[in-house]
Design a protein around this ligand. Sequence first.
Ligand SMILES: [Zn+2]
Length: 184
Amino acid sequence: MHLEEMLAFNKQFVEGKKYEPYQTDSIPNKRMVIFTCMESRLVELLPKALNIQNGDVKMLKNAGAIIRKPFDSIMKSILVAIYELQAEEVTVIGHYDCGMSHIQPGNLTKKMMDKGIPEATIQTLENAGIDFHDEFHGFDTVEESVQQSVSIIRNHPLLPSHIKVHGLVIDPATGKVDVVTKQD
Ligand SMILES: [Zn+2]
């Protein structure tokens, strides 16, 4: 259980006032939202590689940096960041060697059943209109996927026209970023 270690560390952290260098407010200094993958190799590497300090950006993540529907929770968070927290740029950052590039929804439901989810539960959800392929499918190339997420944001009916939306791909080994699309 790593949680116990974390809780013990936290006590020391707070008592030792280790938080002091990180104090800031909730308006992102760089006026930017970054939307990226939950990839654990990027937890520290991505901010370091782009010189992002605490307080600089709003950071959103999901599996694959994928937006496919205009009112999913990521898109709603982007709109809140823009309207409530002064964000003016949105940067979608996919990465090479992403787990979502080879996820097979069929294999995923099999893994769910292997872990004890009854097939009947999956059937019931499918009958209720949950399309497992739609919900969990990944992508063929990360560049196309980033472009697709960027397009949904840029074309969103509630996105103000002054907001810039960019798309990057980062190498999870070196931190090097390639630009897929950017707005000046
Ligand atoms: Zn990923």
